[in-house]
Write a protein that binds this ligand. Structure first.
Ligand code: GLU
Length: 307
């Protein structure tokens, strides 16, 4: 079966794959592509690709093209044009301006050093509110932050169930435009998911703790909240997140069927053997998000077989 056969633009559901081109695609990147692709196709959604190349200091020249080449080699065909965040600044400006005008965001003059004594939360220092009521005398605007409220923000993750976070207690007012001038990932992702009419976000659990900030931003901007599915972090044999691990070599595209088979297995799907196209068709027909495991580790032998 052709893996695009379930695709339809008419039911208004859309998934996406949104890699940051900071290095050569590795197995963790491919996993996000496969999971979001199969979930989209299994639910009859279009699947879009967005290159998150906002932070020009972190991108690796050529990595975005390598990413697209990897998708093509693994016959993960996307719908519509590829969106590049580096070309979307006007939209982010407009969102920031709107939030500032409504008093929902504020200029902050604090440096990292100024916050080093702040209480620490799961995502780093919890912003102590220094510039919330206006810049203190002698301070100039460096970044812009979103004013958070003291409430539990909860969502129903398709793998993890109900996940809640109180932004005021665990994160604090968070940065939406950074001191170096780049828009923050949280703002860009929310503006773009809405603009691309994304209704399902499938990504790794390393972004789980960003989700409540994104939902809060969606609410402040009057944007819809998509469904979320976070698959487990894949740890390398050294116990580190695969993308940060020394053992996460670039994927070898000579055998896409091996990569797809492993990706689907890691996602708990028990695929048969077959060619890449057959594997994807099988995965779309038989996709079971409930089979995705909570934790996954890749042994050395498996990782070395990918290079
Ligand atoms: N660009 C992010 C990354 O590569 C993913 C963003 C997202 O899926 O929301 O880690």
């Amino acid at each position: 079966m052709n893996n695009r056969s379930k695709t339809s633009d008419s039911n208004n559901i859309a998934g996406r794959f949104a890699p940051s081109p900071t290095g050569a695609p590795h197995f963790g990147t491919l996993l996000a592509a496969v999971a979001s692709f199969v979930h989209a196709r299994a639910s009859g959604a279009v699947w879009r690709v967005r290159i998150e190349d906002l932070d020009q200091d972190r991108i690796m020249p050529g990595a975005a093209d390598q990413m697209l080449h990897t998708l093509e080699a693994c016959i993960l065909h996307w719908d519509g044009p590829v969106v590049y965040q580096s070309q979307r600044n006007t939209a982010y400006e407009a969102a920031l301006e709107d939030l500032l005008q409504r008093g929902l965001a504020f200029a902050c003059g604090c440096s990292r050093k100024d916050l080093q004594d702040a209480k620490s939360g799961p995502e780093g220092p919890i912003y102590p509110g220094t510039c919330r009521q206006g810049l203190p005398p002698g301070r100039t605007a460096r970044s812009y932050r979103l004013r958070v409220t003291d409430e539990d923000i909860c969502f129903d993750d398709l793998v993890l169930g109900c996940v809640c976070q109180n932004l005021a207690h665990e994160v604090g007012d968070f940065v939406i435009r950074r001191a170096d001038g780049y828009f923050a990932y949280q703002l860009a992702v929310v503006v773009d998911d809405a603009w691309q009419q994304i209704t399902q976000v499938v990504r790794g659990a390393d972004l789980l703790a960003s989700t409540q900030r994104q939902i809060f931003l969606q609410r402040q901007l009057g944007l819809p909240t998509p469904l979320y599915l976070h698959f487990p972090l894949i740890l390398g044999p050294d116990g580190k997140k695969l993308s940060k691990s020394e053992d996460s070599p670039p994927v070898d595209l000579r055998h896409p069927e091996r990569l797809l088979h492993l990706a689907l297995s890691v996602l708990g799907q028990d695929p048969p053997d077959g060619k890449a196209e057959e594997l994807l068709a099988w995965a779309v027909e038989n996709w079971r998000p409930s089979a995705i495991p909570a934790v996954a580790t890749l042994p050395y032998s498996v990782l070395s077989s990918l290079t």
